[in-house]
Design a protein around this ligand. Sequence first.
Ligand SMILES: CC(C)(COP(=O)(O)OP(=O)(O)OC[C@H]1O[C@@H](n2cnc3c(N)ncnc32)[C@H](O)[C@@H]1OP(=O)(O)O)[C@@H](O)C(=O)NCCC(=O)NCCS
Length: 165
Amino acid sequence: MVRDATIGDGAAIGALYNATVRTTTVAWTEELESLETRRAWLEEQLAAGNPVLVAELGDRVIGFASYDDFRDSTKWPGYRFTVEHSIHVQAEHQGQRVGSELLGALISRARSAGKHTMIGAIDSENAGSIRFHARHGFVEVARLSEVGFKFGRWLDLVLMECILE
Ligand SMILES: CC(C)(COP(=O)(O)OP(=O)(O)OC[C@H]1O[C@@H](n2cnc3c(N)ncnc32)[C@H](O)[C@@H]1OP(=O)(O)O)[C@@H](O)C(=O)NCCC(=O)NCCS
């Protein structure tokens, strides 16, 4: 089941995100995120009217998806119809369509909110996510060389774009 997140989902969302930090290059940080940081993010997202969706199995949160401005639209209003999303599914539930449900719901919410373009910024080594996004209509539009650094090496960023209308 996919539903809107509440502040009470902060711990579960933070745990899903932190699970990737130490062992993968999915998120370009080596620091685990605190519960306070994730709760503050959730509060900001909800206050800004940005959707935060969670996928639940029984009473457990096994995935989440959200979006925010691609670039700060309060500073540059021309970007207000473009969002950048993030999506994470718990490792043991990947490949079971949970991500597809979340992304489908997130795209519907973006359309309802009048958004025009959704961008995924993906580590170039994350072949699973690149394939996943391509299956959902995202097209690779850029590959930026050596813009990230983690585990002592440079990382490339793939930008994938989906026009929502
Ligand atoms: C990328 C991700 C969100 C996809 O969600 P998912 O629930 O695993 O994907 P679904 O089951 O809905 O769709 C399956 C498709 O996703 C891709 N995929 C990505 N990771 C996969 C995995 N570990 N197992 C199976 N398929 C995976 C495949 O293309 C697959 O389709 P195919 O088997 O027909 O090629 C999820 O694997 C994930 O959270 N990965 C780790 C975190 C991450 O990379 N987040 C995105 C950052 S940009």
